[in-house]
Design a protein around this ligand. Structure first.
Ligand SMILES: Nc1nc2c(c(=O)[nH]1)N[C@H]1C(S)=C(S)[C@@H](COP(=O)(O)OP(=O)(O)OC[C@H]3O[C@@H](n4cnc5c(=O)[nH]c(N)nc54)[C@H](O)[C@@H]3O)O[C@H]1N2
Ligand SMILES: Nc1nc2c(c(=O)[nH]1)N[C@H]1C(S)=C(S)[C@@H](COP(=O)(O)OP(=O)(O)OC[C@H]3O[C@@H](n4cnc5c(=O)[nH]c(N)nc54)[C@H](O)[C@@H]3O)O[C@H]1N2
Ligand SMILES: [Mo]
Length: 826
């Protein structure tokens, strides 16, 4: 805590507003309208604020460092904190209005028991003792009958704090592992990661893009399927600084978005056809032989040799016996070492990959009579189907523009391809990302200053001990029973209905929901509601009365982020772990998630696994060599507020072209691909092992469903909300007062719709009524709508009712953007 001397009329007026709010508990008190504020005189004395360290912890990719100003025991405002590198100092409208969330009229104040129908919002107040008894009695009964796997934790990204839920080495997964509960996955944002794992291997501390301080080193910066002005506003200044410094800014997006407005070159594309554009660019490069030969030879798997059976040629194929390597720590079995074979141009012979001086990646003749094709030639064959002429009508990018993009990747590097989730939320999402990533690997535009490809996404594998969450031990060192199975989002209804997950028996009788709001954010709302009505016993722990909270049997009030001690590790846009100091006591009868888990565990007889306070728990996650090498300790975090965890000064992802695949090289071909889910579905693996694209489900213009539902509907992320959060902040509702759908002027005219008309959007799954706004940024045939509103904010229906919960054959991913609708004046 620090002291700040402050004064000023506006500040004091504001505080009066905040005080009114708590006293009356009414949301109207947080309106900045003048009539709600008492007239105050210029303060005579200088007023002192206590300043606590705070951090925004929702999934906005931010994790901004905040000063939480407290006066007379009340949070009065927030301001931007100082990071060690001030270039990262940022705070958005959401960070600035946190005070309205602390004092939201929608805060859950005490534990409650449901009295009416599920979803009706009828509850009665109960004590904490009653709530904890009711939950643990019911859990014990379920466990007696069905075992602990019949209860599932259900979490997502509401708070990425370590002591809350979604943070790395977090308390909630630990709770699940101790109790032996199963878990329900979100299956969200999964397609790009699925593709990234194919080409780059597993995840590292920074998954794919370089640290933002490096953007200035790019000659070309391509925003591909991303809209950072809305979704990563904290780092847009790094892109614009680069532009001012001469970097060419390109945007590839079906919608002329706010980022496109800043671009040197905006390239409209047909939705979910990015893979086609990427393969056409690759084809231009490959046919011309314009690849970065040294990078391709030394840093990609291009020289590996594929046999006719689809497997790589290995030394054992040439009669060399495999050897034994180190034992696997889990199975104890020694690794089998059977090196890949390549053709070495220097020695003129077939050798193990590691021994090759100059592996050939094109046109390798049969080796010892075994016909082979290089990975490069295989990729070239796949992309040959997408000449610029063939690709152009599919992706909507002209032949000249495709050729120009190819030239830019070859001649105007270093190129940073800043990719986000725009093309992810489709059934064919991962088919788009692998080719997009492959361009950078083929042209050497990755792993060096100014060159990168992928989303800004930070996974601190180097300094967090995940075992604290997944393999807990008690005070005596005894291991926990371990978590049960993890179920896919779209399988849960089937499990509850049929007792089957694929062909396996599965039971879900109880769920513990915290840090997610599926009734607002899951695709196919009709099915989500059906599920929430059918689960036998639902506990929801949340800060406010959300749409999901309305379905709880027992509702637990959770403390606001500033009312707890915590650490934030999941900050995508800056390289720091950030501390959260408890600034005020939990209000009303609310408790921290941390305390709730401890109380529940104790009552279930597992208190010994939770014998620590917040600081001790965080220290457990930081008790590893990586954190020690970086000097990441609780004491430093408390003292310095934010401590850098990324190695180096300016982090370069995959520096030196070292990837996380078994070979350390980027892949254009896989021998096999593990599906992300298994419910006995038919899988055509030929689509998964190499560069491939197919039209998506409903967003594809030629899809049969479009005859009936002619518009493709895109979900927009909102500047004023993070997912379903901040809905209760009046300051922000002034900017985004109600749901709207944006529609192209010509489409609107054809439908007889004018600005502000009420319209209905519908398909077979659902319907929603809201106002329309005419927007020439949307092309014909595509509409877009912010996706964070709750049912009661729509004139009728629910936006989430329009989307499908179907998955691709291997990639479990909610396809929020793969939606066809019809629109009419309501
Ligand atoms: N303020 C705020 N920030 C957020 C969030 C929030 O809710 N609010 N959510 C966070 C989360 S979890 C996520 S996943 C990220 C998302 O971050 P982004 O991926 O940047 O956000 P989106 O708005 O989903 O999509 C980006 C762009 O993709 C475009 N797009 C849609 N379909 C396609 C396509 O097929 N091809 C191409 N090339 N472009 C397409 C859209 O028009 C949009 O302009 O934002 C994070 N940041
Ligand atoms: N239609 C449509 N739906 C979408 C998308 C889309 O594009 N279109 N995008 C999707 C994407 S990209 C994402 S990542 C998901 C995000 O989905 P979620 O992770 O579910 O999103 P949130 O609404 O941020 O958070 C969920 C809940 O966490 C609660 N919460 C906040 N802080 C705490 C805390 O400290 N403790 C507890 N116990 N609870 C807390 C909030 O009050 C909120 O109810 O939404 C997806 N939903
Ligand atoms: Mo997301």
């Amino acid at each position: 805590m620090q002291d700040e001397k402050t004064h000023g009329l506006t500040r004091r007026s504001f505080i009066k507003g905040a005080a009114t709010l708590t006293a009356a508990g009414a949301l109207v008190g947080c309106s900045p309208k003048a009539e709600n504020l008492e007239e105050v005189k210029e303060p005579e004395a200088v007023v002192s604020d206590e300043i606590y360290t705070g951090v925004c912890r929702s999934n906005c990719f931010g994790g901004c460092l905040l000063n939480v100003h407290v006066r007379d025991g009340q949070v009065v405002r927030t301001s931007a904190g100082d990071f060690p590198n001030p270039e990262y100092n940022r705070i958005c409208s959401k960070g600035l209005t946190q005070v309205a969330r602390v004092y939201s009229a929608d805060r859950l104040q005490y534990p409650m028991r449901r009295t009416g129908e599920r979803g009706a919002g009828e509850f009665e107040r109960i004590t904490w003792d009653e709530a904890l008894d009711e939950i643990t009695d019911k859990w014990k009964a379920i466990i007696d009958q069905y075992g602990p796997n019949a209860i599932a934790t259900w979490m997502n990204s509401g708070n990425f704090g370590t002591c809350t839920g979604g943070g790395f080495a977090g308390i909630m997964p630990r709770f699940g592992a101790v109790m032996g509960f199963s878990s329900i996955k979100g299956d969200i944002d999964a397609a790009q990661g699925f593709a990234a794992t194919k080409i780059y291997g597993g995840m590292s501390e920074a998954q794919a893009n370089n640290e933002p301080t490096d953007y200035v080193n790019s000659k070309t910066f391509i925003n591909w399927a991303s809209n950072p002005t809305i979704s990563q506003p904290q780092i847009v200044h790094f892109m614009l600084d680069a532009k001012e410094n001469g970097t060419k800014l390109i945007v590839i997006d079906p919608v002329y978005n706010a980022t496109a407005a800043k671009a040197d070159w905006y390239i409209p594309i047909n939705p979910a056809t990015d893979g086609v554009l990427a393969m056409a660019i690759l084809n231009e490069i490959m046919v011309a032989g314009d690849e970065d030969q040294e990078f391709v030879r030394s840093h990609t798997e291009a020289p590996l040799l594929i046999k006719e059976d689809g497997m790589f040629l290995r030394m054992s194929d040439l009669g060399v016996e495999p050897t034994e390597g180190d034992a696997d720590p889990l199975t104890g079995k020694p690794a089998v070492i059977d090196p890949y074979v390549v053709w070495d141009e220097e020695s003129g012979g077939a050798v193990a990959l590691e021994e090759a001086k100059a592996p050939s990646y094109k046109e390798v003749a049969p080796i010892e009579g075994i016909a082979v094709q290089t990975v490069w030639d295989n990729a070239a064959e796949k992309v040959a189907a997408w000449s610029a002429e063939v690709a152009s009508p599919v992706c909507g990018v002209s032949v000249d523009d495709i050729k120009e993009l190819a030239r830019i990747y070859v001649e105007e590097g270093p190129v940073n391809t800043y990719v986000q989730l725009g093309a992810d939320h489709y059934i064919n999402g991962h088919y788009n990302y692998w080719p997009m990533y492959a361009i950078s690997a083929a042209t050497g535009n990755i792993g060096k200053p100014g060159a990168a490809c992928g989303p800004i996404c930070v996974l601190p594998n180097n300094c967090i001990d995940f075992m604290v969450s997944v393999a807990p031990t008690d005070t005596a060192g005894n291991p926990a029973q371990g978590a049960g199975p993890s179920y896919n989002a779209n399988s849960v209804l089937g499990i509850v209905d049929t007792g089957k997950f694929g062909d396996q028996d599965a039971v879900i009788k109880g769920v513990y929901i915290a840090t997610t709001n599926p009734a607002t954010v899951w695709a196919d709302h009709g099915k989500t509601v059906d599920l929430l009505n059918k689960i036998e016993f639902i506990v929801v722990a949340d800060v406010t009365m959300t749409e999901t909270a309305m379905y709880a049997d027992v509702l637990l009030p959770v403390a606001h982020w500033f009312e707890v001690t915590d650490m934030h590790t999941n900050c995508h846009t800056h390289p720091y772990f950030v501390w959260q100091e408890k600034a005020i006591e939990p209000q009303f009868e609310s408790k921290s998630d941390f305390e709730i888990f401890k109380l529940l565990a104790e009552k279930m007889g597992y208190g010994d696994f939770f014998d620590f306070n917040e600081e001790e728990f965080i220290a457990m996650g930081l008790d590893n060599d990586g954190a020690k090498a970086l000097g990441l300790t609780v004491d430093r975090l408390k003292e310095e507020r934010a401590v850098r965890f990324m190695p180096g000064e300016t982090y370069i992802s995959f520096e030196g072209g070292k990837f996380l695949t078994a070979t350390g090289r980027a892949s254009f071909y896989k021998e096999s691909v593990a599906p992300a889910y298994n419910v006995g579905q038919d899988i055509d693996f030929s689509k998964e092992t190499c560069l491939y694209w197919e039209p998506t489900l409903e967003a594809d213009k030629s899809s049969a469903v479009r005859a009936q539902y002619p518009f493709h509907c895109i979900s927009e992320h909102m500047r004023t909300r993070t997912h379903s959060q901040w809905y209760d902040v009046d300051y922000l509702r002034e900017f985004d007062p109600e749901p709207i759908v944006r529609i192209n002027p010509d489409d609107a005219a054809e439908l007889g719709i004018v600005e502000g008309d009420t319209v209905r959007m519908y398909n077979d799954r659902g319907s929603v009524v809201m106002k329309a706004t005419v927007n020439a940024g949307y092309p014909r045939g595509i509409v877009g709508s912010p996706r964070s509103y709750r049912e009661k904010e729509f004139i009728e229906g629910h936006f989430a009712s329009l989307s499908t919960n179907q998955y691709n054959q291997v990639c479990a991913n909610q396809a929020f953007n793969d939606v066809a609708v019809a629109i009419e004046k309501a």
